[in-house]
Design a protein around this ligand. Structure first.
Ligand code: FE
Length: 217
């Protein structure tokens, strides 16, 4: 079995929003799809360990912010590498609430969905949520291109910091300082890694400079 075939499946990048009581929370996911059109049902998949998981079960609904290619890595990291249990992930992020009170990112989105939870199935590591569409808006608020970000684009351009059209897969690997938490690779744009100040942090997940590891090709 060649599991490399799975890498050719396509995914998007989304912030799944929900609420803990009246407090908005959410997380970054790459698994949101429309599964039927009549009625319109949306599927989203979230790890059991994620606070968003239990909040969707309790609030019985969720929103989907469809991220654009302009979404900064720091925004994706804000929702992806911290827990909403003890952090207000929306504290520094402009957002609005859908009619049912689910948070949607104001900037860098190509549109949003609001869903009422219809059913869920607990898998070994994740919960598969099925929601019926109760609200939606297409838009390019704050996005220069309005192109939806794919998971592959995120890995290649946002996390890898390669120029959008760089054929990075054809280049030999170089020694890179890499964040062990989120996988971000320092691109050298602020000078040699060793010269960065001690206060420098991973732009994606906020890990300290000391946490970085040198990967040798
Ligand atoms: Fe990181």
């Amino acid at each position: 079995m060649d599991t490399m075939a799975l890498r050719n499946l396509t995914y998007g990048m989304f912030v799944l929003g929900t609420k803990n009581g009246d407090r908005p929370t959410g997380c970054t996911v790459n698994t949101v799809i429309q599964v039927t059109s009549d009625p319109i049902l949306i599927m989203a998949c979230v790890n059991h360990q994620n606070f968003t998981n239990q909040c969707i079960k309790q609030s019985k609904g969720f929103s989907v912010s469809i991220l654009s290619e302009e979404t900064p890595g720091s925004v994706i990291g804000n929702f992806g590498f911290r827990s909403g249990r003890d952090t207000d992930k929306f504290a520094s992020i402009p957002y609005f609430l859908t009619p049912e009170g689910y948070p949607v990112l104001k900037l860098n989105t190509c549109g949003w969905l609001e869903c009422k939870l219809e059913s869920f199935t607990d898998l070994k590591t994740h919960t598969l949520f099925i929601g019926s569409l109760t609200g939606a808006e297409a838009g390019t608020a704050g996005a220069a291109s309005g192109n939806p970000m794919t998971y592959a684009y995120y890995h290649r351009v946002v996390k890898g910091k390669a120029p959008a059209n760089a054929p990075i897969f054809e280049k030999p690997l170089e020694s890179l300082w890499t964040c062990p938490i989120c996988g971000y690779q320092y691109d050298g744009s602020a000078g040699p890694f060793g010269d960065l100040p001690h206060s420098w942090k991973c732009p994606i997940c906020g890990a300290g400079k000391d946490a970085f590891k040198l990967n040798k090709a």
